[in-house]
Design a protein around this ligand. Sequence first.
Ligand SMILES: C[S@@+](CC[C@H](N)C(=O)[O-])C[C@H]1O[C@@H](n2cnc3c(N)ncnc32)[C@H](O)[C@@H]1O
Length: 278
Amino acid sequence: MKMHKSIGLAGLAAVFMTFSAVAATKYTGEGGVELDVPYVPTPQELVDRMLKLANVGPDDIHYDLGSGDGRIVVTAARDMKVKKGVGVDLDPVRIAEANENAKKAGVTDRVTFKQADLFQMNFSEASVMTMYLLPEVNLKLRPKILDEMKPGSRIVTHAFTMGDWQPDKHEVVDSRNIYLFIDPAKVAGAWTWQVGNETYKADLKQQYQMASGTLTLPNGKQVPIESPVLAGPNITFAATVPGAAAPLRFSGKVNGNTIDAAMDVAGKSTKVTAKKSS
Ligand SMILES: C[S@@+](CC[C@H](N)C(=O)[O-])C[C@H]1O[C@@H](n2cnc3c(N)ncnc32)[C@H](O)[C@@H]1O
């Protein structure tokens, strides 16, 4: 359904409350284009807090999906000195404003605004993403974000979550919600590694950053994986080895189908490389 709508200060939450029952609502932008989300700017104080929540800095490549007048991209380049900023918006009026604002802030050497559909963008180079969109748009973007962004990349949303992907952090600023999500490595599957001629096997399940599973010890005994933490590319867990004085501890960095890790068992720390077999 196509809607012409003027949006007041109540923000996208009010738009969502009004139109949540209407499937695939479209909005007409000032430049006459059909949009998935109407233009509502994020207040500057919240822009600053969103970038702070993601700990944005000079090593980052930042994308803002639906960049409006460019304020988040311009702020990240001017104040956080990101090495590259990219804003994408379908509305040519917003793109013109964003380019003007980048010029005023003196950051045109590091920022680009593209007039494009955000669903057509490739996110693989972005280390930080900001989004002030609608819930169904966030959900539609979620698989693309998880597939294309590197583990450890940060995503900050204003107002809306990512469905059952739980945020790693949540802040409320002036009654508005902002959420931080850290892209988790893909760890689901069977991993094996050797210590000398002893073989360990971990069967891991995963729901976003929540991991669980079973460890098979060299003697064939299976024990539950305890206290698993998946933080971007890093995974740690413990396991109780029957008869051992201290728990086994595994701490590694995932790189595709390999985990380079340290495993502490029976008071000895060993460097291991786990390989994914399924
Ligand atoms: C709520 S505003 C957010 C603006 C800016 N990110 C901010 O927080 O101030 C959403 C923006 O998304 C743009 N937009 C909507 N649908 C889009 C699409 N499919 N592709 C690219 N931009 C889109 C709109 O033109 C609008 O500027």
